[in-house]
Design a protein around this ligand. Structure first.
Ligand code: URA
Length: 263
């Protein structure tokens, strides 16, 4: 076993702290919920000053939009489209999954949908087709959407990870960490009213509730930066546990009520 002395432990803690702070700043920036000290009086520098954020989108554009918009605000001045984000994502080298995947699974559906479903990661079928939720779990999700009185094309469907983890293993924390900013940009571009998080990984990642089981999180709306977020069981779980379909139906009925009320 490698012995760590006090200074190594301190260095390790400091490194973890800096990494986590850097991540928080990046996420806050991408969510357009900047930490107050990064925007106060407009005289402070963003951590990405001068950096090109996306095709044709520069830090100054982002800063201007920060002043007037919020993730839930009207999409009257969208910074970037899903096509812009996809173009950037095609060139992503943030993790090794790009080497083992066949296709990027960006997401699909109505780019202005009020409802976005977020799953975990592409499986084998999705990897082959480059489309989310097209395997067995996907067919069940399509049936759930139909039962809600909607069509797949009405909603938007994507995942936390955009590339398939080999052998369908669970996403690693470091893969989630580097891939989540893509999802945040997608959500910013779509600006849905409701997010339905499918399964443990999606719910825990979006809500930052690592360790809280889906059984506890599901069934009630949570706040995700002003957007209503409903966690529910993943369709793959339903394939193994059909008895849980009743609870998913209850959860999606709550979503339908909000959609119908237009609130
Ligand atoms: N499971 C997921 O979480 N996402 C998919 O796209 C397919 C299966």
């Amino acid at each position: 076993m490698i012995e760590m002395n006090e200074s190594d432990i301190l260095k390790d803690e400091l490194y973890t702290l800096v990494r986590s702070l850097k991540n928080q700043i990046e996420l806050a920036w991408e969510l357009r919920h900047p930490l107050s000290w990064t925007t106060a009086e407009g005289d402070q520098k963003s951590p990405f000053l001068g950096m090109k954020l996306a095709s044709g989108v520069h830090e100054q554009d982002v800063k201007e939009s920060l002043i007037s918009s919020d993730i839930t605000g009207p999409a009257d001045n969208p910074l970037e489209t899903l096509d812009d984000i996809r173009r950037d994502m095609e060139a992503c080298h943030r993790c090794p999954l790009e080497k083992t995947r066949k296709n990027l699974v960006f997401g699909e559906g109505n780019p202005h949908s009020e409802l976005v479903f977020v799953g975990e990661a592409p499986g084998a079928d999705e990897d082959l087709q480059g489309r989310p939720f097209v395997g067995r779990a996907g067919h069940l999700l399509t049936r759930i959407i139909d039962a809600m009185g909607l069509k797949r094309e009405d909603v938007y469907i994507c995942n936390i990870l955009k590339c398939r983890p080999p052998g369908n293993r669970n996403p690693l924390p470091e893969e989630i960490e580097v891939c989540e900013p893509w999802l945040i940009r997608q959500l910013e571009a779509i600006r849905p009213r409701i997010i339905c998080a499918l399964g443990t990984f999606a719910a825990q990642t979006l809500l930052k509730k690592k360790g809280i089981p889906i059984t506890v999180l599901r069934g009630q709306f949570h706040d995700y930066h002003g957007i209503k977020l409903m966690p529910t069981y993943h369709p793959a779980y339903l394939l193994r546990n059909p008895g849980a379909k009743r609870q998913v139906w209850e959860d999606v009925q709550k979503i339908m009520k909000v959609l119908e009320a237009g609130q």
